[in-house]
Design a protein. Structure first.
Length: 254
């Protein structure tokens, strides 16, 4: 199944006459490097805890992520390594093996997913420890209506792809998941959307933690807000705002 999904993605990319693979690869890598820097600016990943991956547009069973031992705030395109489906970096550089264990199974079973983002945050991680789900108590929370899942599992030390496969199964066809006692994870069709969705979901968790007894927005109003905001690609636009606010000139990543 994983190999078949990779073939489907590769065929779709290669059959499109408008796709410049080199340009698309550079675009994805630049957004990954910027994503790591955005995480750093928000004081996430100070201990190397977290990872952002992007599917390669040509070798679709391979993914790009940051090399090991480098602070997120210093991430550049040249610091990204290409990791194959066997969990080995093409150029031999080391990387966070947990990223492979968690992200690879998701990329493998979800051809629609270009990028997966996960790190430990001030609000998302403790919220995941409560066992609660996402309620539409704020406008931003409505963006995740019917598009989140909960991984109710105590394996917070994901030491193999078997754990990642269970996360992928729990995620299903949704794009955000709360990992019990672990943290948030987003999986979207672009790197920018995965990053902006992650930042937004963290803000939603902050609101839920600060207002645990808030009355949820009614179903009809929450659906209206969701459909209206979703029609404007809020996460793609949100990524541009995050880059402008926290990074400035995106050329800095190389």
């Amino acid at each position: 199944m994983m190999a078949r999904n990779a073939r489907l993605v590769r065929m779709a990319v290669l059959e499109s006459p408008t796709v410049d693979l080199d340009a698309e690869r550079l675009h994805r890598k630049r957004q990954v490097a910027l994503g790591y820097r955005i995480f750093a600016s928000l004081r996430w990943g100070d201990l190397g805890d977290g990872h952002i991956t992007a599917r390669d547009p040509e070798l679709t069973d391979h993914m790009w992520l940051l090399r090991g031992g480098l602070g997120f705030e210093r991430a550049t395109i040249d610091d990204l390594v290409l990791v194959g489906p066997d969990g080995v970096a093409v150029d031999g550089r080391r990387f966070n093996s947990t990223a492979y264990n968690i992200h690879h199974p998701i990329h493998a079973v979800r051809p629609d997913v270009v990028s997966v983002a996960h790190t430990h945050t001030q609000w998302g991680t403790p919220f995941c420890a409560t066992g609660r789900g996402i309620e539409s108590i704020t406008q931003e929370a409505c963006l995740f209506l019917d598009d989140w899942a909960f991984f109710d599992d105590e394996e917070v030390q994901v030491r193999s792809t078997a754990g990642g496969a269970r996360i992928a199964a729990a995620l299903g066809d949704r794009r955000s998941i709360l990992l019990r006692s672990h943290g948030l994870l987003t999986a979207y069709g672009s790197v920018g959307a995965a990053i902006a969705a992650f930042v937004t979901l963290e803000r939603v968790c902050e609101a839920l933690m600060k207002a645990p007894d808030a009355t949820p927005i009614g179903e009809a109003s929450a659906r209206l807000a969701h459909d209206d905001m979703a029609g404007h690609s809020p996460f793609d636009a949100g990524f541009d705002y995050l880059v402008s606010r926290h990074i400035g000139d995106p050329v800095v990543v190389g």
